[in-house]
Design a protein around this ligand. Sequence first.
Ligand SMILES: *Cc1c(COP(=O)(O)O)cnc(C)c1O
Length: 359
Amino acid sequence: MDKSPASVIRDEIRSIAAYHVPDSIGMVKLDAMENPYRLPGDLAQQVGRIASQASLNRYPDPAARALKTRLRQAMKVPDALDILLGNGSDELIQMLALAVNKPGAVLLSVEPSFVMFRMIATFVGLRYVGVPLTTEFGLDLPALQQAIRVHQPALTFLAYPNNPTGNLFDAAAVERVVELSPGLVVVDEAYHAFAGRSLLPRLAHYPNLLVMRTLSKLGLAGLRLGLLIGGAEWLTELDKLRLPYNINVLTQGVAEYVLARGDLLETQAAAIRDERARLYGRLAALHGILPFPSDANFVLFRVTSANSVFLALKARGILIKNVSGSHPMLTDCLRVTVGTPEENDKFLEALRESLPRAA
Ligand SMILES: *Cc1c(COP(=O)(O)O)cnc(C)c1O
């Protein structure tokens, strides 16, 4: 009897590579779109108090009522809409994929975009269809229209702004996708704090639209908290797939407290937006670098030899993301997260030293 993983684990799981998180100890970490700022000292102390008083012996509130109320205020979610919480938005993507997974059902997205859309489709056994973006990284509406007609996707994800390209799609084109789709369309607004644009005001117009947000890029990546916003008719069904206590006691208490200090994360996001403009300008001024405009907290840029530049930066203690090779449209592209001004200066200096010398 063959009792090995080869005979037991599904073929498509054994054939995928695990999501790789590189070791970053001691590095200037500009690879994962984290907010570079820690909480100020007084707030950090209050967080310590919350942790020390939390009932760690008890299960968390399964409905996370207090946190949801706070999120509703912080994100200006209209009363008519519901909120569903996930252990990061990744968990929400997984719940959505599980919920629509009828035999033959399709998850559709665009490429290049967030790799978890494709990976989670594979995890749950959904058929995945990726429609290429235009050369300007915009939505290719004729191609999307064709793909929607042929594949009738049950679930479509559009990241707005998109990762790893950084741009906002044309909002009218996004809405056209919602209109054309026979299934659910989820607009993933993970980078909303850096974009200032949202499909949230359009939710009431479309019965098949949901908006997803996360606290990860806003400054609380370590807490793991994502939210899905939409009509109760959808979220009540999806909630049945949520594992009962998915948002732990510490996350609930700390997120609620930090969000109550409302403007702090928004102020940090504003500082990051200013730094993004400076970083973009400095990159554009470098010979042999083509940065792409960004509405997020990172900048995608093209160099002449991405792999060697990436390794040279790493050797100088700077960790960014090498996306060259992940998609043909990203050949020789690297993605850098906006850090503090000091981190960005270190990155820019190391980059100048890492570029191939002009002949
Ligand atoms: C980072 C990112 C997420 C993941 O968010 P978590 O809430 O940390 O799981 C989701 N969508 C996009 C497009 C992202 O870039």
